[in-house]
Ligand binder design. Structure first.
Ligand SMILES: *[C@@H]1O[C@H](CO)[C@@H](O)[C@H](O)[C@H]1NC(C)=O
Ligand SMILES: *[C@@H]1O[C@H](CO)[C@@H](O)[C@H](O)[C@H]1NC(C)=O
Ligand SMILES: *[C@@H]1O[C@H](CO)[C@@H](O)[C@H](O)[C@H]1NC(C)=O
Ligand SMILES: *[C@@H]1O[C@H](CO)[C@@H](O)[C@H](O)[C@H]1NC(C)=O
Ligand SMILES: *[C@@H]1O[C@H](CO)[C@@H](O)[C@H](O)[C@H]1NC(C)=O
Ligand SMILES: *[C@@H]1O[C@H](CO)[C@@H](O)[C@H](O)[C@H]1NC(C)=O
Ligand SMILES: *[C@@H]1O[C@H](CO)[C@@H](O)[C@H](O)[C@H]1NC(C)=O
Ligand SMILES: *[C@@H]1O[C@H](CO)[C@@H](O)[C@H](O)[C@H]1NC(C)=O
Ligand SMILES: *[C@@H]1O[C@H](CO)[C@@H](O)[C@H](O)[C@H]1NC(C)=O
Ligand SMILES: *[C@@H]1O[C@H](CO)[C@@H](O)[C@H](O)[C@H]1NC(C)=O
Ligand SMILES: *[C@@H]1O[C@H](CO)[C@@H](O)[C@H](O)[C@H]1NC(C)=O
Ligand SMILES: *[C@@H]1O[C@H](CO)[C@@H](O)[C@H](O)[C@H]1NC(C)=O
Length: 478
């Protein structure tokens, strides 16, 4: 059971992060690279360099993908050693780049290079965008790309969310459409996973935090029911269920059937302290909705547009989070959506009542607008409102065919393309004023989650049935 589920997650995460090593060279050979923190070392092809502490020690082999054995790796190594050629490692991000050279040596079994982490990182605890790396060798320029994760710069990895579970729990039997994954806005390798509305674990609310594709030994599982700020003698937690959650630069937000909980600022980590959650009231209307037991994943969601804090120096993003709730048909309550910014203590009304269910909403970082996806009697509509402009619509609403059953709206964090997804997928290149269809799914299928690869402009969309569709900015989905 767990096996199948784990395979699904790996597939999903690889899809999401994309096999960076594979998207590389026109040439015959490519590198495999690893660090001491990569537990399966030279057998992995994921090319994620995980670094913890003072020094980064990188190892690499050149491999022949058509015939990759230890013997062929060794032969390639010996060949280039004999030619006195060694690879170079370039560490870069969108504003900075530096190249380091591996020593030519024939003493170790692979190329090996140690760099103090101060060569590429400040000594502080603020989040920083994950670096990229590339390895190159010689005039034929065998080029392989990967990513570099400095563990001490990712706040979520330094907290206990609840009690640590000694072993990975069995979270669900076979259904995976309730799987929720939220990635760090800075490091796509870092993510939090949980199962929403989980009936399978009478075992409480369980979350996993990973820094490498949810693989064992890179993932810590927590029993949130054991976190006293979320569950204590004043609250009955036997009925607590996760509905949705989000990781922003500095906070983890948990939407549960009993209320919204916001973590304390994650930046100030010291050494594995238990994170504190604060129960946060949105307004009296939503409090009544929670109290009536009317919050479920089918009607209430959290939305954000991830933006890594370090991208614009000197500017801390407000990290807008939106909550949408659509009440049962015929109920007195107006369709509602609210937004807030870090630290999420006060919430504003996002969309004035319009008698239409708000399915999803997204914050446009570039234009400071909100884009709202509604289900109206005439079919789905997208409206764009300025955050500061008192809620007036900026364009005539974009209309979709009534056959489109929407489930979400998301900006690509790099190219700012806006995707509306559900039983079909549409893209907008102008921030929501107009949309073009890019994908129709087989009848009965629907995209239930969306993810963007921040390094390639690629998107991955997962259907409720577990099928994955990829697309890039150029060819859209296929
Ligand atoms: C992962 O952890 C388990 C137990 O904690 C250990 O037995 C196993 O060797 C580890 N795997 C690797 C690749 O280090
Ligand atoms: C890497 O390759 C060597 C052979 O050169 C092998 O002995 C070793 O077990 C492999 N695995 C790791 C994790 O280094
Ligand atoms: C890091 O490298 C420096 C210089 O090579 C060395 O002096 C230091 O002991 C290393 N630190 C650790 C923790 O290995
Ligand atoms: C793979 O490489 C080994 C060692 O270089 C060689 O003996 C073998 O014939 C190669 N296999 C193929 C299919 O090319
Ligand atoms: C490689 O090894 C040979 C003998 O084993 C030695 O003479 C030579 O200096 C070494 N080359 C390097 C670059 O370490
Ligand atoms: C890129 O890395 C450099 C060196 O650590 C750092 O100063 C800069 O802030 C980083 N840029 C971004 C956009 O994170
Ligand atoms: C849990 O039960 C509720 C109500 O029966 C259902 O809507 C939900 O999908 C179930 N969750 C899972 C993960 O099976
Ligand atoms: C999590 O904690 C709750 C409450 O103490 C407990 O009932 C449950 O068994 C725990 N779950 C796991 C998987 O340990
Ligand atoms: C117990 O939970 C409530 C509601 O979540 C919270 O207000 C209170 O601070 C918690 N008590 C402790 C000791 O954490
Ligand atoms: C809760 O849902 C019921 C029916 O589903 C509805 O009648 C009631 O008005 C709702 N109450 C609140 C506060 O959402
Ligand atoms: C719902 O919206 C209408 C018109 O916008 C307003 O008059 C009414 O007071 C709202 N109801 C609630 C419960 O907020
Ligand atoms: C909320 O939206 C639904 C679906 O469009 C509609 O049927 C219902 O009347 C709306 N409720 C209110 C109070 O506006």
């Amino acid at each position: 059971m767990m096996g199948a589920a784990t395979v699904f997650i790996c597939t999903f995460m690889c899809a999401v992060c994309l096999p960076v090593g594979a998207a590389v060279s026109n040439d015959d050979y490519r590198f495999v690279m690893w660090t001491d923190e990569t537990l399966d070392g030279n057998t992995t092809m994921s090319n994620t360099l995980i670094v913890q502490g003072e020094n980064l020690t990188v190892y690499c082999w050149l491999t022949d993908p058509t015939n990759d054995t230890l013997a062929t790796r060794q032969a390639l190594f010996d060949t280039y050693i004999a030619l006195n050629q060694a690879p170079s490692l370039t560490i870069y991000n969108r504003t900075w780049s530096q190249t380091f050279h591996f020593p030519s040596t024939n003493e170790s079994k692979s190329w090996e290079l140690t760099i103090p982490t101060t060569e590429f990182s400040h000594q502080d605890k603020t989040p920083t965008e994950q670096w990229r790396v590339s390895l190159a060798l010689g005039h034929r320029n065998f080029l392989t790309q990967g990513s570099l994760l400095l563990v001490q710069r990712e706040p979520i990895l330094h907290w206990l969310l609840g009690d640590r579970l000694p072993a990975p729990p069995v979270l669900w039997e076979k259904e995976t459409d309730q799987l929720v994954i939220t990635k760090s806005p800075c490091s796509p390798d870092v993510a939090v996973l949980g199962v929403a509305e989980n009936n399978f674990t009478s075992a409480g609310v369980i979350l996993g935090v990973t820094y490498h594709h949810f693989r064992e030994n890179y993932t810590t599982w927590f029993n949130m029911t054991q976190n006293p700020s979320l569950c204590n003698i004043t609250t009955d937690c036997s009925l607590l269920r996760l509905v949705d959650f989000l990781l922003t630069n500095r906070h983890l937000l948990l939407l549960t059937n009993q209320g919204l909980y916001v973590s304390s600022d994650l930046i100030g980590w010291d050494s594995l302290a238990q994170v504190q959650f604060l129960s946060t009231s949105i307004n009296s209307l939503m409090s009544a909705v929670f109290q009536a037991g009317n919050v479920s994943r089918a009607n209430t969601r959290l939305w954000n547009t991830p933006e890594c804090e370090s991208v614009t120096p000197g500017y801390t993003p407000a990290d807008h989070v939106i909550i949408t709730h659509h009440p049962p048909v015929g109920s007195e309550i107006n369709n509602t959506s609210y937004y807030s910014t870090a630290p999420y203590t006060t919430w504003e009304t996002l969309a004035p009542n319009s008698g239409a269910a708000v399915v999803s909403a997204a914050y446009d970082i570039q234009k400071d607008n909100f884009v709202i996806l509604k289900q109206t009697q005439d079919g789905p509509r997208v409206t764009v409102v300025s955050r500061t402009g008192g809620g007036g619509q900026l364009y005539p609403p974009a209309e979709f065919p009534p056959s489109f059953t929407p489930s979400g709206l998301a900006f690509h964090p790099v190219n700012h393309f806006l995707y509306a997804y559900g039983s079909q997928v549409f893209v907008s290149l102008d921030g929501g004023s107009s949309f073009d269809p890019i994908l129709s799914l087989p009848v009965g299928q629907s995209v239930s989650s969306f993810d963007a690869d921040v390094h390639h402009g690629t998107v991955a969309m997962v259907t409720g049935e577990g099928d994955i569709f990829y697309g890039t900015a150029d060819d859209h989905a296929q």
